[in-house]
Design a protein around this ligand. Structure first.
Ligand code: HEC
Ligand code: HEC
Length: 396
C-alpha cells in the first residue's frame, strides 16, 4: 500500500484577474511513487508531478545514459549530428534557425522546439494528435527517412547499435540503466527509453516567474506583473491557449493523465493562402495527418517557457521577434502580401475565435514582452546536469 504524503502546491488563481493575490494554496495527497519522481527531478513545491508512463519508470541511471546519447553524434547514421545539434542547452534546447537541416543536409520544414518541461505535454511536436508519449515520438528524429534527421533507417540500424555495444563505457551505462533486461544487448528500444527519460528530466522551474510563485515577491518587476495580468486578461486572450504551468493547452500531469487534453490544436491566423484558410502547401499542420479541411493550420500552442531566448517563432520560424508575435495577435492574424502564400490571416475562415485582434499601446506590448522575459531560466540553460557530458565542465 502506498503511504500518502502531503504536499502543498501553489495554484495560479483567478483572483489574480480581480487584482487580488497572485496565488492560492491547495493541499494534494501524493503517493510515494510520485514522491520519488519529484525527488529525482528536484521539483519545487509549485510544480505538479509529471505523468511518467508505467512501462518506462524514471530512474537516475536511465537519465544518465540518455544524457550521453543526447549529445553523441554516433546516434546519427553518418555521425554528423546529435539531438543537441538542433536542441542546444544555451537556447533552452531550441536552435537559432527558422528551419534546421538534418544530418544529411535535408531541409526540415519546422522550427526546432525548445525542450523545457516536455514531460507535461499531452501531445508532442507542433501538430500531431497521435504522439502522446516520447517513446513513440522519438522514433521520428532517430529513424525517419523523410525528412532525414539522424537518419538511422533500417539499413543503418545494425551499424549504429554496434557503435554503442562495442563501447565498454556505454555497455556499463546500458547495464546500469536496464538491470532487469533479459540480455545486455543494446537495442533501439533501450536507446529511446533512456532518451525519453533524459528529456523528461529537463525541468525548467527556476525563472524569476517561478521564484515569484515560490513566494519571492521581489522576483518580478511591476512591469512584468502588469504584463502577466494583460496576458491573462480578456483583451489579449493569450491564456486561453497558453495556459497552466507551461503556458500551453497541451497539458497533463500525474493526477490528470487519464483525462489529458488530446486535442490542444488551434489555427492562430498565421496564413490564409488563397482565402480559404489554407497554409503553405509544405506544412498545413494537423490537416496533413487527418486530411480534414477544417484542420488546416491547426498547431499546438507552444509552451512559452524560455520563449525570449528561442527565436524565431511559430512552427515555421516565420516570426522573428516577440514584439512581432504580439503585433500578429493584435492585428488578429498575419498578412502575407505577395508570393505563392499571399493572403490575410486575419480574414481566415479557419482562424480561432480567440484571435480577434485588439487595440493596444507600446507600453502594453512592452509589459507583455517583459513578462515573457521573466520565463527565462538561467539555471536551466547552464545546469551541468543537462550539459554535454563529453565536454569538460567550465566554471559557471
Ligand atoms: C535536425 C534537427 C533535429 C534533430 C537532430 C533532433 N530534433 Fe527534435 N525537433 C526538431 C524539430 C524541427 C522538431 C519539431 C518537429 C515537428 O513538429 O514535427 C523537434 C521536436 C522535438 C520534440 C517535441 C517537443 C515538443 O514540444 O513536443 C522532442 C521531445 C525532441 N524533438 C527531442 C529530440 C531528441 C531526443 C533528439 C535526438 C534523438 C532530437 N530531437 C533530434 C529538430 C531536431
Ligand atoms: C487561439 C489560441 C491562441 C491564442 C489566443 C494565443 N495563441 Fe500564441 N500560439 C497559438 C498557436 C496554435 C501557436 C503555434 C502556431 C504556429 O506555429 O503556427 C502559438 C504560438 C505562439 C508563440 C510562438 C512560440 C514559439 O516558441 O514559437 C508565442 C510567443 C505566442 N504564441 C504568444 C502568444 C501571446 C503573447 C498571446 C496573446 C496575445 C497568444 N499567443 C495568444 C495559439 C494561441
Amino acid at each position: 500500500m502506498n503511504k500518502l504524503i502531503q504536499t502543498t502546491y501553489f495554484f495560479l488563481s483567478l483572483l489574480l484577474l480581480t487584482g487580488c493575490d497572485f496565488e492560492s494554496q491547495t493541499t494534494i495527497e501524493i503517493s510515494t511513487e510520485q514522491q520519488s519522481v519529484r525527488e529525482l527531478l528536484e521539483l519545487p513545491a509549485h510544480m505538479p508531478t509529471p505523468a511518467i508512463p508505467e512501462f518506462n519508470p524514471l530512474t537516475a541511471e536511465k537519465i544518465t545514459l540518455g544524457r550521453f546519447l543526447f549529445y553523441d553524434t554516433r546516434l546519427s547514421a553518418n555521425q554528423q549530428q546529435s539531438c543537441a545539434s538542433c536542441h542546444e542547452q544555451g537556447r533552452a534546447f531550441a536552435d537559432a534557425v527558422a528551419q534546421p537541416l538534418g544530418s544529411t543536409g535535408h531541409q526540415l520544414v519546422r522550427n526546432s522546439q525548445g525542450l523545457a518541461n516536455i514531460a507535461y505535454h499531452s501531445t508532442l511536436t507542433w501538430s500531431n494528435d497521435t504522439f502522446f508519449e516520447l517513446e513513440d515520438q522519438l522514433n521520428v528524429p532517430i529513424r525517419a527517412d523523410n525528412p532525414i534527421e539522424l537518419g538511422v533507417t533500417d539499413a543503418f540500424l545494425e551499424e549504429v547499435l554496434l557503435r554503442f555495444s562495442s563501447d565498454d563505457d556505454y555497455q556499463q551505462l546500458f547495464t546500469a540503466a536496464f538491470p532487469n533486461s533479459e540480455n545486455d544487448d543494446v537495442s533501439m528500444n533501450k536507446i529511446i527509453f533512456a532518451l525519453a527519460s533524459f528529456v523528461r528530466s529537463m525541468i525548467s522551474a527556476s525563472s524569476p516567474y517561478d521564484q515569484y510563485l515560490a513566494g519571492d515577491k521581489s522576483a518580478l518587476t511591476a512591469q512584468q506583473i502588469r504584463g502577466f495580468q494583460l496576458f491573462n486578461g480578456e483583451k489579449f486572450e493569450c491564456f486561453h491557449c497558453h495556459s497552466g504551468i507551461n503556458f500551453s493547452s497541451s497539458y497533463k500531469d500525474a493526477n490528470t493523465a487519464t483525462d489529458a487534453i488530446q486535442f490542444p490544436f488551434f489555427n492562430n491566423g498565421l496564413y490564409n493562402v488563397g482565402g480559404d484558410g489554407s497554409y503553405p502547401s509544405d506544412d498545413q499542420g494537423l490537416y496533413d495527418l487527418t486530411l480534414n479541411p477544417a484542420d488546416k493550420g491547426f498547431f499546438r500552442p507552444q509552451g512559452l517557457r524560455n520563449v525570449a531566448i528561442t527565436p524565431p517563432y511559430m512552427h515555421d520560424g516565420s516570426i522573428a521577434t516577440l514584439r512581432e508575435v504580439i503585433e500578429h495577435y493584435a492585428r488578429g492574424g498575419s498578412n502575407t502580401v505577395s508570393g505563392v502564400n499571399a493572403g490575410d490571416g486575419a480574414l481566415s475562415p479557419l482562424k480561432s475565435g480567440l484571435v480577434q485582434g485588439f487595440d493596444t499601446t507600446d507600453e502594453e506590448i512592452e509589459a507583455v514582452i517583459a513578462f515573457l522575459e521573466s520565463l527565462t531560466d538561467q539555471q536551466f540553460i547552464t545546469d551541468p546536469k543537462f550539459s554535454n557530458p563529453f565536454e569538460p565542465q567550465t566554471a559557471q
